[in-house]
Design a protein around this ligand. Structure first.
Ligand SMILES: Cc1cc2nc3c(=O)[nH]c(=O)nc-3n(C[C@H](O)[C@H](O)[C@H](O)COP(=O)(O)O)c2cc1C
Ligand code: SF4
Ligand code: SF4
Length: 243
């Protein structure tokens, strides 16, 4: 069984590919239902790294799941580096995973100065390299190996344990979302938000300030590129490829 969460599609792509390679089922954690796990069945957990840690939705979903002593593997997608996200996950699961891997995928974080989406060439290269690497990762998982192949990056401890909590406290919020006059009122943002945090009121999407997990799916998937977050997304791109 593979459990995954994906804001904009990177982790979904990776989870679905792993499901094919391993011949296993993949379930989206955003559906909120805990799966039935057979005794001895392995568990894969695929998620995007947020602030060198674990997305809020994933944290909440897994906190109440009993994983027991089964073989557990983590596969984290990130734009650049993942800090100690695996150790954050160990606290959520109350145990270490048997194997942990990180792969680079197109960057989705755009809400602070200096952060933007990758160029199509860079994004394409990351997807190509990652999909090729999954063959080897699947082999290791199938053999139930214990291994760690992680891109922690520089100053990993400081990023995960000092910057990460600040980021989560102040920057994982829907309070700064707004739409521009480019909005075509299609309602896709409201329909696709994984936490149902957007409601169409009349023709206009309204963020409910209830349960945003900061995934930026609304921003990247808007067909009119009509969503901004504060002042810092002005002029920035949407993720490519969209899937
Ligand atoms: C709120 C947020 C925080 C992020 N933090 C990190 C990070 O700490 N390190 C990193 O390399 N990428 C970071 N990213 C980029 C994503 O981890 C990366 O693009 C991931 O593949 C997105 O997967 P998804 O399409 O399944 O949501 C962040 C993205 C978002 C939206
Ligand atoms: S997805 Fe974009 S265009 Fe469609 S309603 Fe939302 S903001 Fe408007
Ligand atoms: S409001 Fe946007 S960023 Fe927040 S959870 Fe919904 S889709 Fe993700």
């Amino acid at each position: 069984m593979i459990l995954f969460f994906s804001g904009t599609g990177n982790s979904r792509m990776v989870a679905e590919r792993m499901a094919v390679l391993l011949g296993e089922r993949a379930q989206d954690m955003a559906c909120g239902l805990h799966p039935h796990l057979d005794e001895g069945e392995s568990l894969g957990i695929v998620f995007p790294v947020y602030a060198w840690g674990v997305p809020r939705l994933v944290n909440r979903f897994l906190s109440s799941l009993q994983v027991g002593r089964r073989y557990v593997w983590l596969l984290m997608t990130c734009g650049d580096d993942m800090g100690y996200a695996d150790r954050r996950m160990a606290r959520v699961l109350h145990r270490e995973a048997d194997s942990a891997f990180s792969v680079q995928m197109p960057n989705t974080y755009v809400c602070l100065p200096g952060f933007d989406v990758d160029s199509p060439e860079v994004a394409e290269g990351k997807v190509r390299d990652t999909l090729a690497r999954l063959e080897d990762i699947a082999l290791r998982v199938r053999n139930r190996e214990s291994c760690q192949e992680l891109t922690r990056g520089c100053m990993a401890w400081m990023k995960t344990y000092m910057l990460g909590p600040l980021f989560n406290a102040f920057l994982v919020t829907d309070r700064y979302f707004r739409t521009t006059e480019a909005c075509i009122h299609c309602g896709l943002c409201a329909r696709s938000c994984p936490t149902h945090d957007i409601e169409m009121q009349g023709d206009h999407p309204v963020w409910l300030h209830q349960d945003c997990t900061g995934c930026l799916r609304c921003y990247h998937h808007c067909p009119a590129h009509a969503i901004e977050w504060g002042r810092f997304t002005a002029g920035k791109g949407q993720k490519w490829p969209l899937a």
